[in-house]
Design a protein around this ligand. Structure first.
Ligand SMILES: Cc1ncc(COP(=O)(O)O)c(C=O)c1O
Length: 417
């Protein structure tokens, strides 16, 4: 192990965090266990005091501030959950904090930071991604000579996140842990919990789950250096970073078998399953580890598996987008541009002869134009099963219809969802 991580640092953090951090449940999950022929447990960090494990690292770093550092206040940058951990710790330790967050941070997270930090915390909205907020925060902390509480690349933050691993091993009461799956953003949880578990249980295989639209750790592992991604999809807001840390990269390299890339649509489908099957409200980053199980199906058969459900701060206004992305990912929702002849009866023919009784129109945009032969319509169709697409296309072809099935990466498609 490198000198940035030690079991002793985690054990020490565990003692110090007892008063502020909840020991979250490790729950056996019957549905997932049956699905994968494994024994699957969920570590419910969505039930943590600020609804994510990020409190652990933030508090562990901030409890070690000196009196002078406390007087000077701290600066932090966060996509939302670290901010809540920092705000909670500011209130607990009576330290002033300035927290930089991207402008597109979901409102629910901003409201929670304000509620937790009260007058002690001020929020600065800056940039479109975590990394832009980070740059602005670093500038202020340098100017003020204030401590910057890093969300992942700090030994004490990593040790705090490591307490998740310590709890899991204790809660398994000696049962062998075969596979641990953790979400990866900057890599703090992987570094802390992954390293702790590997140190105590060498045979455990640790896997990371990273959003496919923000593969900063996967790319850094390939390049053997933290690389900065030019453009990322910020949908999985908790785990979408452009650059991982040098400490977190070296620890991840040591402990992770692999960092799997999980498509955002799959994350959405898993968020919905977690809710419908288990009543668990996970945020996108919180569902990453469970969404990775399909990719691990062969490796986890008959094994004991723990997935860390890392957070539950989901803004309710995001659900329509989550449902839409999930349907598209599952091949159940499609969009077409259809060029209808403007003769009377063309639409009726489409409805009666192209659509089957279970093909459901969810969007229909059409404006009749005078003096034109044809008029384009934008149509959204939800299918009962993925396999219903081919027969639908065949019926449209047989009717001689002129249409285009919109590709997921086309501009109109991106406008729609
Ligand atoms: C809910 C949730 N899961 C996972 C992550 C990824 O974090 P890490 O930087 O520790 O990899 C974050 C980061 O903020 C998060 O909020």
């Amino acid at each position: 192990m490198t000198n940035t991580f030690s079991v002793a640092l985690v054990d020490e953090a565990r003692e110090a965090l007892r008063e502020v951090v909840k020991e979250t449940p490790l729950q056996f999950n019957r549905g997932l266990s049956e699905k994968y022929g494994a024994k699957v447990y969920l570590k419910r960090e969505d039930l943590q005091a600020v609804r994510s494990y990020k409190l652990r690292g933030a508090y562990n770093r901030m409890r070690s501030l000196t009196a002078d550092e406390k007087k000077n206040g701290i600066v932090a940058a966060s996509a939302g959950n670290h901010a809540q951990g920092v705000a909670f710790s500011c209130a607990e330790l009576q330290v002033r904090g300035t927290i930089f967050m991207p402008r597109n941070t979901p409102r629910q997270k901003l409201d929670r930071v304000r509620a937790l930090g009260g007058d002690l915390v001020s929020i600065e909205l800056s940039g479109d991604t975590y990394d832009e907020a980070y740059a602005a925060a670093r500038k202020l902390s340098d100017e003020k000579g204030a401590v910057f509480v890093h969300p992942f690349n700090d030994p004490l933050v990593i040790a705090g996140q490591g307490t998740v691993g310590a709890e899991i091993l204790e809660q398994l009461k000696g049962e062998q842990l075969d596979v641990l799956v953790v979400p990866v953003g900057g890599g703090g949880l992987m570094s802390g919990a992954g390293s702790y578990v590997k140190a105590k249980s060498q045979t455990t295989k640790v896997f990371g789950a990273e959003p496919a639209g923000a593969p900063a750790m996967a790319e850094a592992l390939k390049a053997e250096n933290p690389v900065t991604l030019e453009k990322i999809d910020t949908f999985v807001d908790g785990a979408a970073v452009k650059t991982v840390g040098d400490l977190t990269l070296s620890l991840t390299k040591e402990v992770a078998e692999e960092v799997l890339l999980i498509p955002e649509g799959k994350v959405c489908a898993e968020m919905i399953s977690l809710y419908q099957r288990d009543g668990i409200v996970a945020e996108p980053a919180g569902a990453l580890s469970v969404a990775a199980l399909d990719d691990l199906a062969d490796k986890i058969k008959d094994k004991t598996v723990v997935c860390v459900v890392s957070g539950g701060n989901n803004d309710i206004s995001r659900y329509p987008e989550i449902i839409e992305r999930s349907l598209v990912y599952q091949g159940l929702k499609h969009y077409f541009m259809v060029n209808f002849s403007q003769r009377p009866g063309a639409l009726k023919k489409f409805l009666n002869e192209a659509l089957s009784p279970t093909d459901d129109i969810t969007l229909f945009e059409y404006t009749k134009k005078n003096n034109r032969e044809n008029g384009p319509a934008l149509i959204g169709i939800e299918l009962a099963k993925k396999d219903d697409l081919a027969p639908l296309l065949k019926r449209m072809d047989t009717l001689g219809m002129s249409y285009e099935l919109l590709e997921k990466d086309s501009p109109i498609f991106r406008f729609l969802i």
